[in-house]
Design a protein around this ligand. Structure first.
Ligand SMILES: C[S@@+](CC[C@H](N)C(=O)[O-])C[C@H]1O[C@@H](n2cnc3c(N)ncnc32)[C@H](O)[C@@H]1O
Length: 200
């Protein structure tokens, strides 16, 4: 099936399901279309080959990430909800990008150690309460010169305050908030960070 049609169908499904579904764990909570396009451009522009995504849901955002990768690229995507894992797998088959996706099933705290080191790109879109606890491990997994993108940085800013405070005191991280979709926090890991340059 053509990717455009798959994306259109998933957007319709996501909107209808999430409007009618009162149980939060059964909502898809997909990123917005413009966030998907933004992620696609970022993956292309950074030349990322190894991506970690936390929060697969039914695979909408994963499809954007995987579509931007070269043939030898890989998205490691983590999801705890088995129903969503199964739905995502069907969507990856339909889009014929399953050779570029490794689904890791379970709580992020249990499966993060299965992700190979030196990832080029991290997309964070799961339980925001866990981010501060995960922060150090995520930064260690990210290669020097890598980019972490965190969704909901505007829509749920207050829930990310502790995480952002932690990011802000790391000398090797440069941070920028981009007003796309629900707010995308861009975190670049590398020497000569924004704060080092500003305070030199
Ligand atoms: C906002 S949704 C992800 C949406 C997806 N990125 C998209 O745009 O299509 C968050 C997902 O993270 C999963 N999740 C939340 N906490 C998790 C955890 N601790 N470990 C693994 N998955 C988790 C939820 O089950 C849910 O499917």
């Amino acid at each position: 099936m053509v990717l455009q049609k798959i994306m259109d169908d998933l957007e319709k499904l996501g909107t209808e399901n999430d409007q009618n579904q009162s149980v939060k764990s059964k909502k898809y909570l997909n990123i917005t279309r413009d966030t998907g396009e933004f992620l696609f451009v970022l993956v292309k522009a950074t030349g990322a080959k190894k991506i970690l995504e936390i929060g697969t849901s039914n695979g909408y955002s994963t499809l954007w990430l995987a579509s931007a990768l070269p043939e030898n690229g890989m998205v490691y995507t983590i999801e705890a909800n088995p129903q969503k894992v199964a739905e995502a797998s069907v969507n990856f088959d339909k889009a014929k990008v399953n050779s570029k996706i490794t689904q890791l099933v379970g709580d992020v705290s249990e499966v993060l150690n299965e992700v190979p080191e030196n990832v080029d790109f991290i997309f964070l879109d799961a339980d925001r309460k866990t981010y501060t606890t995960l922060a150090e491990q995520l930064c260690n997994l990210l290669k020097n010169g890598g980019l972490l993108v965190c969704d909901n940085a505007t829509s749920h800013r207050s829930e990310l305050e502790e995480f952002i405070a932690w990011l802000n005191i790391q000398d090797n991280l440069s941070i920028s908030l981009v007003p796309v979709g629900k707010g995308e926090l861009l975190v670049y890991k590398g020497e000569n960070s924004l704060k080092e340059i500003l305070n030199a």
